[in-house]
Ligand binder design. Structure first.
Ligand code: ZN
Length: 92
């Protein structure tokens, strides 16, 4: 078995810092999927993440594809080591 070639990407993932995201829970009854609505970049200890969102906004759930109206008070932050996929789009 050949040893796996160490790519620059694997090094990047291992040393990755956490990313900060904004998340809402889908409002469709029975579908409570947590939906990532915005990628804020590397986590830097921000706490007032709700100020980075408009007061009201619409968002379509990724699982059920239904559109709901959200207030910024329904947003919560999430930290994740994963960077967003290339096709990811911020909701605002
Ligand atoms: Zn949903």
């Amino acid at each position: 078995m050949r040893p796996q070639k160490k790519t620059s990407q694997s090094v990047l993932i291992r040393g990755a810092m956490e990313h900060l995201y904004l998340v809402v829970n889908c409002k469709t009854p029975g579908c409570t999927a947590g939906c990532v609505i915005k990628h804020l970049g590397p986590y830097a200890g921000q706490s007032e993440v709700q100020k980075m969102a408009p007061e009201w906004f619409e968002f379509r759930g990724g699982e059920c594809k239904k559109l709901h109206l959200y207030s910024r008070t329904e947003i919560y932050p999430m930290r994740n080591r994963k960077a967003p996929p290339p096709e990811f789009e911020n909701a605002f």
